[in-house]
Design a protein around this ligand. Structure first.
Ligand code: DAH
Length: 338
């Protein structure tokens, strides 16, 4: 058989096979058989020695043309087959069938708690602020009246990256960063990640805090109480009993922690509240004058209050969750309940 005839034959064979092909593998097979290394076209080219030298250029040209043509036709047929098929199914697409239902996701309980906190604080006129999660020892500790060797550093087991660089253990450094940049009055809140070396039912190495800071002329402890009581009622429901307990933080004076009545026992005392009838939800206090001096505010002219809360803790209380680690396991059976 002469080679012109052979080329014509290959073309019609391919046409016939393509007409029967449907699946992606079929097209691969056809490609292999005709265009592969050991394929028909290659084999034909190997016979070039038997062709008289003067015909070789024409032969080469024709074989290459056919090769290109077959390549295009196989690719085009495969494309057409693919577009009429549900991806990967090997079946044609029946447009009359109902679609596949994509179940909606749910908002993570931490995000829900954060959204709610944010909404309440923004209604009270607080504006959002941010600071870095990789923080200097100065902002995370020194500027907040926690010098090296201060016992308060032990309360917060820290992740140090370098000598003076730490993953922030609290959102309080944002107070300093904002006051350095802005003149009073200011009313800001700062949500974000914080990091501590801790892991048990109520601690994870990363968790969320929301910081609040209100500075102006004539801000008093009654303002602190008023704002935080309103905040707690909006978050946990109107009429939720709250109380303030004296406490200590190096960056506030005086300091207080706020408790809400235990919702499990309604104040009678149970396992959840350690028999006290109360659950702590945040720390707060009047900004220490030392912070004001450090950022160039005059403590004789301005006063302010600050507060900080753990978002996981609030979400646990709101949703009745007893193990903080559940928030970070990404178990859909857990997450779908919210
Ligand atoms: N930063 C404190 C902590 O992580 C929480 C805190 C307490 C923040 C009192 C405040 C505050 O702004 O006034 O434990």
């Amino acid at each position: 058989m002469d080679w012109e005839q052979k080329l014509g034959e290959l073309e019609s064979q391919v046409t016939e096979l393509l007409a029967q092909a449907g699946k992606a593998e079929d097209f691969l097979q056809i490609k292999q058989r005709f265009l592969g290394k050991q394929g028909e076209i290659s084999n034909l080219l190997k016979g070039i020695r038997e062709i008289p030298p003067e015909s070789r250029p024409v032969f080469g040209q024709r074989v290459n043309q056919t090769k290109q043509l077959l390549e295009e036709r196989i690719a085009e047929a495969a494309r057409q087959a693919e577009s009429g098929r549900a991806p990967g199914s090997g079946e044609t697409l029946d447009l009359t069938l109902p679609g596949v239902w994509n179940p909606p996701g749910s908002i993570h309980p931490i995000a829900q708690a954060l959204d709610e906190i944010r909404e309440i604080l923004e209604d009270l006129g607080f504006q959002i602020a941010e600071g870095p999660e990789i923080e200097t020892d100065y902002y995370n500790f020194e500027a907040l009246n926690i010098p090296k060797g201060h016992p308060a550093r032990d309360m917060q087991d820290s992740f140090y990256i370098e000598d003076e660089i730490v993953l922030r253990t609290q959102t309080s450094p944002v107070q300093i960063r904002i006051m350095e940049k802005q003149k009073p009055p200011l009313r800001i809140y700062a949500p974000g990640h914080v990091y501590r070396r801790d892991m048990d039912v109520s601690h994870t190495p990363m968790f969320h805090q929301v910081e609040g800071l209100w500075v102006d002329r004539g801000i008093t402890f009654s303002d602190l109480k008023g704002v935080l009581m309103l905040f707690a009622e909006q978050l946990f429901g109107e009429g939720t009993p709250v109380r303030f307990r004296p406490s200590f933080f190096p960056f506030t004076e005086p300091s207080a922690e706020m408790d809400i009545e235990c919702h499990m026992c309604r104040g009678k005392g149970c396992r959840v509240c350690g028999n006290s009838g109360w659950l702590e939800i945040l720390g707060s206090g009047m900004v220490h004058p030392g912070l004001f001096r450090r950022v160039g505010y005059d403590p004789a002219e301005f006063t302010g209050f600050a507060f900080g809360m753990g978002v996981e803790r609030i979400a646990m209380l709101k949703f009745g969750i007893n193990d903080i680690r559940l928030f970070f396991e990404n178990d859909l059976r857990f997450l779908k309940q919210f």
